[in-house]
Write a protein that binds this ligand. Structure first.
Ligand SMILES: [Zn+2]
Length: 325
């Protein structure tokens, strides 16, 4: 598969996050979804937080789109100060935001049980670790059979923490091995690749969970096998996203439904919706509105009895509502 092309997508720019200043008032009033689409609540299980941006803007967008809860991968570099930043950012809006620890490691040894224990002591509201993007530095030459994975899987099971992993496309065998070795560890996976592997994995291992995110769905698979992700910055940002989305939406809906609905149907109680918003322009209302519109259209294509499960019910049951601080 076109690993080179797609390795730049999804969550490549963690530093860049919510930045839609000046949103307020009317902007935050709940919009009426288009006719015929899924119109119920949403729960975003995959969003990247920039704690230097204004949480009010994201809270406003959530109100605008009936988004009850967002799992945020929140940076934890900076010691005790990081815990204060998470607390100050999320607490005024509780229970809207649910934090996962994002360590942003420079080397593999930066991710350790010791570091995770520290983060948990600073921010007891943390429910998981992620995103662990194994196609990015420093992980590219690391395998799930190498350190630190055994210790992380043990730790996560002991502490009842989720591990959110984005495996490389060539790591499916390793993933199966470690899922089998640690059946009590809850592993939350997403990827824009390996769509054809996921139904089998979900049916074989009860401890794998999956998020089918907007960035995964709003994409075009090229004849070469590479995946062209419209939310990726390599495609030219906001203007190109809007231009392509408005022309290609219906074709993308059909194509991504064919590719990804078997994953939902394989384990309808363990697959959830998310966005994978990570760049500042994703939070521009013109873009965010389209991401939400797409989510509602895609969800409406699912069998009626699975729509709410995918949109928010599985997430509420499995991850819980956002915490109080
Ligand atoms: Zn990812």
């Amino acid at each position: 598969m076109g690993l080179l092309i797609v390795s730049l997508v999804a969550c490549a720019v963690d530093e860049d996050g919510p930045a839609a200043p000046g949103l307020g008032g009317e902007d935050c009033v709940a919009r009426t979804p288009a006719a015929g689409v899924y119109a119920g609540p949403l729960y975003d299980t995959h969003a990247h937080a920039d704690l230097s941006s204004a949480p009010a803007a994201l809270d406003c967008l959530a109100d605008r789109h009936n988004l009850r809860t967002l799992v945020l991968f929140a940076g934890q570099t900076g010691g005790d100060n990081a815990g204060n930043r998470v607390h100050n950012w999320m607490s005024p809006y509780a229970p809207r935001f649910l934090p996962f620890v994002h360590l942003d490691p420079k080397s593999v040894s930066d991710v350790s049980v010791t570091e995770l224990d520290r983060a948990l002591a600073r921010t007891p509201q943390i429910r998981g670790v992620g995103e662990l993007a194994l196609y990015r530095p420093p992980w590219q030459a690391n395998h799930l059979s190498d350190p630190p994975w055994a210790s992380l899987f043990q730790w996560a099971a002991q502490k009842n923490m989720w591990l959110m992993i984005h495996p490389r496309s060539d790591q499916i065998d390793e993933l199966e091995t470690i899922l089998a070795a640690y059946p009590n560890t809850k592993v939350l996976v997403h990827t824009a690749w390996n769509a054809s592997d996921m139904p089998r994995l979900l049916q074989t291992y009860a401890n794998i969970y999956f998020t089918i995110d907007a960035a995964t769905l709003i994409s075009v698979e090229q004849p070469s096998g590479s995946v062209d992700v419209l939310m990726s910055p390599v495609t030219g940002g906001k203007d190109e996203f809007i231009q392509r989305y408005d022309v290609e939406r219906d074709a993308i809906l059909l194509d991504s439904y064919q590719r990804w609905s078997p994953t939902m149907l394989a384990a309808p109680d363990r697959v959830m919706w998310g966005t994978d918003t990570f760049a500042a322009w994703h939070y521009d209302p013109a873009v965010y509105d389209r991401i939400m519109d797409f989510a509602r259209r895609w969800t409406a294509m699912l069998p009626a009895e699975l729509r709410e499960a995918y949109a928010y019910r599985n997430a509420e049951r499995l991850l819980g509502s956002g915490p109080q601080f």
